[in-house]
Design a protein around this ligand. Structure first.
Ligand SMILES: Cc1cc2nc3c(=O)[nH]c(=O)nc-3n(C[C@H](O)[C@H](O)[C@H](O)COP(=O)(O)OP(=O)(O)OC[C@H]3O[C@@H](n4cnc5c(N)ncnc54)[C@H](O)[C@@H]3O)c2cc1C
Length: 414
């Protein structure tokens, strides 16, 4: 068995996505020896950025205040903001019939923004640039973990992670940050509750006739929710005509929409949004992602911990997936550092279960809140439609309830 440069670590984080990379950054001053492993090459550097026709990453995230604060603490927010990010100060949600709607406003909760839309590759690049500066970290990529076995070292049990080409890494604690189809979760036999939404999310970027005015729009159609998330054309640009589109629908409908010409697609999309932003003047390449809801029954098993999408995946209508994952790693890092400072091992069960206790209830709460929202808006039964109508009007009129919902979604109350 071949070894990577130095193969024994305190913690091996599998997955250098936004969640795993953030955890590695949070452990920077911990004195722990960290390995961060990813199957894809980790490429720091500059995002190609063409001012004449911005080439946007089709994958974007609505970043909450809590996540922005975390990136500020890690010292990477400035780099993100200097590239491209778009704060949104209002959100308008309405149903297919146009009879019920809710408006959220940042000023109602004394904030300047409800959140910020950022392209995923901009966040990853800023994180990866930061990783290069961390002394107690070894970045091991590309390396695909295929196997995990327990080995008994002289002092304590270790986990040995192996790739198919015979490389291996050993660690006292393995953190699975390897996404929705986590190999580590599978190898360690974690159980989870999951169900197919029978929805695909179609994502693309568009340019609209009217400016978005830093407002996120979400319409619940009979076929699924459609979101327009405001984008900035660049750090010095006042152009407010670009939006990221996330359109969820049954797979057959997604196939049909994918097969349309650009012009036909733009027409259908404009109609689906009731032309709130006028004509769709330009659209980028379209991609689809199948959507599944998953939640692991436990986040901890022996010396293995799940974080981010490896622990839970949620419908993108919530705009919460990566935000919940970032809250996971913030808590996990705090507990690990506190435990080690108190003289405990990194794999100490009390420490790891404290992380689980703090995160599992919050994640489940957010998942059920968003399920309720989806059910209320999507259901076509007459009593539910009536309830939706009354419910939306009531929620819209009860400032306390609405503002609590907004604060929760921003990660301010967790
Ligand atoms: C259409 C869509 C829109 C979304 N919009 C939002 C939004 O607005 N806001 C929001 O908060 N969330 C959003 N999400 C969810 C968000 O994208 C995810 O929650 C987030 O990307 C999960 O990050 P992660 O780091 O946990 O996992 P991932 O990003 O999946 O990273 C996992 C990493 O693990 C690596 N890996 C996997 N297997 C192995 C292996 N065997 N060995 C080594 N490495 C491995 C992968 O290469 C990858 O780098 C959206 C999701 C979708 C589908």
């Amino acid at each position: 068995m071949e070894n990577v440069e130095q193969n024994e670590f305190d913690i091996a984080i599998v997955g250098a996505g936004m969640v795993g990379a953030s955890l590695a950054c949070l452990l920077e001053h911990s004195q722990l020896r960290i390995a961060l492993i990813d199957q894809a090459p980790v490429k720091p550097g500059e995002i190609p950025f063409d001012k004449a026709q911005p080439n946007f990453d089709p994958r974007v995230s609505a970043i909450t205040k809590a996540s922005k604060d975390l990136f500020e603490e890690l010292g990477i927010w400035q780099e993100i903001a200097q590239k491209r990010s778009c704060g949104y100060s209002a959100m308008h949600v309405w149903d297919a019939e146009g009879t019920g709607s809710i408006n959220f406003s940042a000023s109602d909760i004394n904030q300047s923004e409800l959140g910020t839309i950022v392209e995923n590759s901009i966040i990853s690049t800023a994180l990866h640039n930061k990783l290069l500066t961390i002394e107690n970290l070894q970045l091991i990529a590309p390396l695909t973990i295929e196997k995990m076995i327990k080995v008994q070292a002289s002092t304590e049990p270790l986990l040995q992670l192996e790739s198919s080409d015979g490389q291996c890494v050993r660690a006292k604690l393995v953190v699975a940050a390897d996404g929705a189809n986590s190999k580590i979760k599978q190898l360690a036999n974690f159980t989870s509750k999951e169900w197919d939404y029978n929805h695909h999310a179609l994502v693309t970027t568009v340019k609209t006739e009217k400016p978005h005015e830093n407002t996120a729009l979400q319409r619940f159609l009979e076929t699924g929710p459609l979101a327009f998330l405001p984008l900035s054309a660049g750090p010095d640009s006042n152009d407010r005509h670009f939006c990221s589109v996330v359109w969820s629908m049954v797979p057959e409908k997604a196939d049909e929409i994918m097969s349309l010409s650009d012009e036909q697609f733009r027409q259908q999309l404009g109609l689906a949004l009731e032309n709130k932003l006028g004509e769709i003047q330009w659209s980028d390449q379209r991609f689809t992602f199948p959507l599944r809801q998953r939640h692991a029954t436990d986040y901890v098993k022996d010396n293995i911990v799940l974080v981010g999408d490896a622990a839970h995946t949620i419908h993108p209508l919530a705009g919460q997936g990566v935000n919940l994952g970032l809250l996971d790693v913030r808590v996990l890092a705090q507990e690990l550092i506190r435990g080690v400072e108190a003289g405990r091992q990194v794999s100490d069960s009390t420490v790891l279960h404290r992380y689980q206790r703090k995160r599992i209830g919050h994640n489940l709460g957010m998942m059920w809140l968003m399920e309720g929202f989806k059910y209320l808006f999507a259901e076509q039964d007459l009593p539910v439609r009536w309830l939706r109508n009354i419910g939306m009007k009531s929620v819209d009129n009860v400032a306390v309830l609405k503002n609590q919902l907004a604060r929760r979604a921003m990660g301010l109350d967790w």
